[in-house]
Write a protein that binds this ligand. Structure first.
Ligand SMILES: Nc1ncnc2c1ncn2[C@@H]1O[C@H](COP(=O)(O)OP(=O)(O)O)[C@@H](O)[C@H]1O
Ligand SMILES: [Mg+2]
Length: 239
């Protein structure tokens, strides 16, 4: 993308002055401290930070799974504070694909049914069409032929591929991945990261959080987080 295109297209996400507190007994824990973050369409943004730095809390806010205590959140030109819970759920299902460390597949469903779920919630497509689309995305992640397997019969890497296919079926504007390689060995992690990098090459916007510095090479931009604030890379590396 050229500079001109970047400057004329609005950011996908803008966060300004975001604070998040959790109640802790009598007091409260200040987990996100006045954060500003802009996420541009087409980028692969990686949020890097040690465990406990506030990454998942931030992801939950971006994914409409939680709310900040104050600050501004604009998603695709819409002010999140003006959306009802129903509108947020709809937005989440339609525009955001989630990938988690623990995969979160439904063990009683087969692979195809797991991938079809976001389309079931969306409620627009007939079953035969859903199955066809699931098949296409399973092929994309290299799992053609596994449609009828149970999730429990798959390796960790295969389960994460199913989760990626599931995240893609509604053609979301944004893929959010919270420690997607956290439960995988390094070789399997590379396979998963290569799939995400390829999706980004094809134009998908991705936000990923990780504590693993080896993942930096897959991103188009890295931000460093510690104790609820963004740091310069040097500050981060110095502790
Ligand atoms: N629901 C919650 N209630 C209270 N404290 C929480 C809650 N969620 C997270 N925290 C605390 O907020 C801090 C940041 O957590 P988290 O966002 O999960 O960090 P990370 O994903 O970077 O490991 C931690 O100290 C954690 O214990
Ligand atoms: Mg986390």
């Amino acid at each position: 993308m050229t500079d001109k295109q970047l400057s004329t297209s609005t950011p996908l996400i803008e966060l300004k002055g975001i604070n998040k507190y959790f109640k802790m007994g009598q007091g409260e824990l200040h987990v996100l401290k006045d954060l500003d973050l802009t996420i541009h369409r087409g980028e692969f943004l990686m949020i890097m930070g040690k465990s406990g730095s506030g990454k998942t809390t931030l992801m939950n806010i971006i994914g409409f799974l939680d709310q900040s205590n104050n600050g501004e959140y604009i998603f695709d030109e819409q002010d999140a504070s003006k959306l009802t819970e129903n509108q947020k759920s709809e937005l989440r299902n339609k525009y955001i694909g989630f990938i988690f460390q623990q995969f979160f597949l439904i063990q009683s469903l087969n692979v195809s049914q797991n991938v079809e779920l976001p389309m079931v919630y969306e409620g627009l497509k007939k079953e035969a069409r859903r199955r066809e689309i699931a098949h296409d995305y399973l092929s994309l992640v290299g799992l053609e032929g596994k449609e009828h397997s149970k999730a429990t019969e798959l390796s960790g890497g295969q389960q994460q591929r199913v989760a990626i296919a599931r995240a893609l079926v509604n053609e979301p504007l944004l893929i959010m991945a919270d420690e997607p390689t956290g439960a995988l060995d390094s070789e399997t992690s590379s396979d998963i990261m290569n799939i995400l990098a390829k999706l980004n090459d094809e134009g998908k916007t991705i936000v990923m959080v990780t504590h693993d510095p080896d993942m930096r090479k897959y991103a188009t931009r890295v931000v460093y987080m510690k104790d609820g604030v963004f740091l310069e890379e040097e500050e981060f590396l110095n502790g």
